[in-house]
Design a binder for this molecule. Structure first.
Ligand code: FAD
Length: 427
């Protein structure tokens, strides 16, 4: 335990102390003491995204997972790994690489920890292929607000009788308990990488190309769209990972399919022979590849800088062109510059906004939300200066499940001590 300093503040809320337990037992002791003392506690993993959600109602204690840093068990034969929550994702990927395996999660933050990724349900471009935390997490150990330790799931893929606590904790943002251990299923690392990339003139053209790709028998790992300015053009990048001959043929077929969908001139990037160009993107593997590997590694970068407004719009692939147009129109109406990228295959749009004061940026969030609502596209604030977050709800409306969510919170954290006020509906 140490006294907290200014860099430990969470969205303007200054804690009094930082504590770094090194085991589940110690974590339980800390939380029990915090419960008895009524100390409001925020969990910190890599600290890369502590500004997510609404500013906390107050923080007394930061519980850091920096000493929960062990890979406990890698059952390579079963494609399963058990890790402590403070292990950095990049370090985990590096530990799995010698066995030719990976965890199929690729959020952009290099400092992200396993616990933070689970708590934020973070994902990246390869979500199209591997799914999200909820698809890969098969077991979890958590410590609840009063110090109770609870396990759910285990090391075999079909293992959950009863409610699946892992799915509940994925995306719970530290409001229900502290994740101390996680068990994931793994995938074989690809031996080769190939990329097809093309310029697209209009959002509608990108939409047609993505529809054609999703309806085809091709199996891309990611379909990403970069849209740097209102008038385009954008760049569509389609990533294939697997064995050399397979991915090469798929990339070549994609170029033909893009031409048929009205997007001619696709470039195909290959990484040479199988086994010589692999280890792209996921994990800490050495960059032994060529152009395709570099293009793959560049995918998924956030379209905003720290301190700017960054929003995320979940729309589905077919809603993407409309959502893109809406973001540009509302940004222009408020005199803001925007840049957008999208996981186009899963329909997740991200936009960075720049150029206005806090009131203008908050007006953009509310205006875009209003325009997107009829299409049932939700907008969340993923990054924003504190003054902007003081003027808007980071999450937006969550519908009629909110009373049930409040009851879940009440059951897990009856005194409201864990990350108070940061989650949906002020939870
Ligand atoms: C709505 C939303 C959308 C996001 N979208 C994306 C996305 O599309 N792509 C992407 O790459 N990233 C996304 N993120 C970012 C994601 O938060 C980071 O990749 C990841 O959280 C960083 O991990 P970290 O260790 O730095 O966590 P931190 O920044 O330290 O913590 C993140 C959150 O998790 C909590 N937390 C951390 N560790 C634990 C633990 N052991 N137990 C319980 N709670 C814990 C913290 O209190 C905090 O609320 C999104 C996050 C949110 C909430």
């Amino acid at each position: 335990m140490r006294e907290a300093g200014p860099t430990d503040a969470v969205d303007g809320a200054q804690p009094r102390a930082v504590v770094s337990p090194s085991s589940t037992t110690e974590t339980a002791e800390v939380l029990r003491a915090a419960y008895e003392g009524g100390f409001r506690t925020v969990v910190r993993g890599g600290g890369s995204k502590l500004g997510l959600g609404n500013p906390p109602a107050g923080v007394d204690l930061v519980l850091s997972t920096e000493r929960l840093g062990r890979v406990l068990e890698h059952a390579a034969g079963d494609l399963v790994v058990r890790v402590e929550a403070g292990v950095r994702l990049a370090d985990l990927q590096a530990a799995l690489a010698p066995a030719g395996q990976l965890l199929g999660l690729d959020p952009p933050e290099a400092r992200a920890t396993v616990g933070g990724v689970v708590a934020a349900n973070a994902s990246g471009p390869r979500r199209l292929r591997y799914g999200t935390v909820r698809d890969l997490l098969i077991g979890i150990t958590v410590v609840l607000a009063d110090g109770t330790v609870a396990h759910s799931g285990g090391k075999v893929v079909k293992n959950v009788a009863g409610y699946d606590l892992g799915k509940l904790f994925a995306g719970s943002l530290g409001t229900l308990g502290v994740i101390v251990e996680a068990i994931f299923r793994l995938h074989p690392a690809p031996a080769a990488t190939a990329v097809a990339t093309a310029e697209v003139a209009a959002p509608g053209q990108a939409g047609s190309a993505v529809r054609a790709l999703l309806a085809s028998a091709l199996v891309p790992s990611a379909i990403e769209l970069d849209w740097p300015g209102p008038d385009g053009p954008g760049t569509l990048t389609v990533l294939f990972e697997g064995i050399g001959p397979g991915v090469d043929a798929q990339a070549a077929n994609t170029a033909r399919l893009l031409a048929d969908a009205g997007t001619p001139g696709a470039r195909v990037l290959l990484d040479g022979e199988p086994g010589q160009g692999g280890e792209a993107g996921l994990g800490g593997g050495a960059d032994r590849g060529g152009e395709a590997t570099r293009a793959a590694a560049a995918l998924g970068a956030l379209p905003w800088e720290a301190g700017q407004l960054g929003v995320k719009v979940a729309t589905g692939p077919s809603g993407l062109p409309g959502a893109l147009a809406t973001v540009w129109e509302v940004a222009a109406a408020h005199g803001l510059a925007a840049r957008a990228t999208a996981h186009a295959g899963t329909g997740v749009l991200r936009a960075g906004l720049d150029g206005g004061d806090a009131t203008t940026l908050a007006a953009f969030v509310n205006g875009a939300r209003e325009r997107l609502a009829p299409a049932q596209a939700g907008l969340v604030v993923a990054e924003a200066p504190l003054e902007v977050k003081q003027g808007v709800d980071a999450w937006g409306p969550v519908g009629d499940a909110l009373p049930l969510m409040r009851k879940v919170k009440q059951r897990f954290d009856p005194s409201g001590l864990l990350s108070p006020g940061r989650f949906v509906g002020g939870i």
